[in-house]
Design a protein around this ligand. Structure first.
Ligand code: AMP
Length: 258
């Protein structure tokens, strides 16, 4: 790491979204107005755990870094912020609201926090597993007018710049971005640590601040209108074929090719 690293990163902000746990089988409300969340296990979005793990590793790499975790959503998001504190974040901020927080609103709210906190690096997941939008990081970087490096599978910080290996369709791409910047995390960046009981106890004493989304003074008008939630069509049963010839014959039978 470069000798300027201390200069580079003194504060990292990590965004943690509360989502239905990835092990839960999603059920829809009978009227199609949304997903059932009552009595359902909620967790930190898995890509956001990876983002926090990366922040912790940067700090463990030697420089004194303050790590702030931020969530926008209902009061219950405190649980996920406490998980972030137990993993090792220093403090947490809940931007509280019961409205549907779509990516543009999340990005605007995060920007307000950035303006106040002045982090050197902002880490988000590449996507939230509830809406799969994959938009917030990109919108945030555009609004902040700072560089973005999305789908990071490796992150190195040297001399005021981040070198980010990105997972793209054609393989891996390496880019350099000036800090401060927005980096969004992909699955292979790291494997997040498990939280230990003593850390959960310690996390209870760490600062968790709350403020209302309405108090930030941003435009909360929704830009997305959800018409209806529907189950995907049931998949047809597959068939096992013995070899490639049988596969080709089966595809011909189905008229997929001649
Ligand atoms: P999305 O654009 O919805 O797929 O979300 C991408 C990333 O933005 C997530 O992995 C989070 O890091 C962050 N994010 C989105 N919404 C929120 C939220 N309500 N609270 C905190 N972080 C969020």
């Amino acid at each position: 790491m470069g000798e300027n690293r201390e200069w580079n990163v003194k504060k990292i902000m990590v965004c943690l979204k509360r989502v239905v746990d990835y092990n839960v089988r999603i059920r829809l409300r009978p009227d199609g107005s949304g997903v059932v969340t009552d009595g359902v296990k909620m967790s930190v979005n898995p890509f956001d755990e990876i983002a926090l793990e990366e922040a912790l590793r940067i700090r463990e790499g030697g420089s004194p870094v303050e790590i702030l975790v931020v969530s926008i959503g209902p009061a219950d998001c405190q649980q996920q912020l406490r998980t972030g504190l137990a993993m090792g974040a220093d403090r947490a901020l809940l931007i509280e609201s019961d409205i549907q927080v779509e990516p543009l609103i999340a990005a605007k709210a995060i920007l307000k926090v950035i303006e106040r906190e002045q982090p050197d690096l902002v880490l988000l997941g590449k996507q939230a597993i509830d809406d799969d939008c994959n938009q917030t990081g990109q919108m945030l970087a555009a609004l902040w007018q700072r560089p973005q490096a999305t789908f990071a599978s490796k992150l190195e910080i040297v001399d005021g710049r981040a070198t980010v290996t990105r997972e793209v369709d054609a393989g891996l791409e390496v880019i350099n971005v000036d800090l401060p910047a927005v980096v969004t995390t992909d699955l292979r960046l790291n494997e997040p640590r498990y939280v230990k009981l003593p850390d959960i106890m310690k996390a209870k004493k760490k600062p968790l601040q709350t403020e209302s989304l309405a108090s930030l003074g941003i435009d909360l008008e929704p830009r997305i209108r959800v018409l209806k939630y529907e189950e995907p069509a049931p998949r047809q049963k597959g068939v096992m074929v013995a070899d490639v010839d049988a596969l080709v014959a089966a595809l011909r039978d189905k008229g997929i090719f001649n």
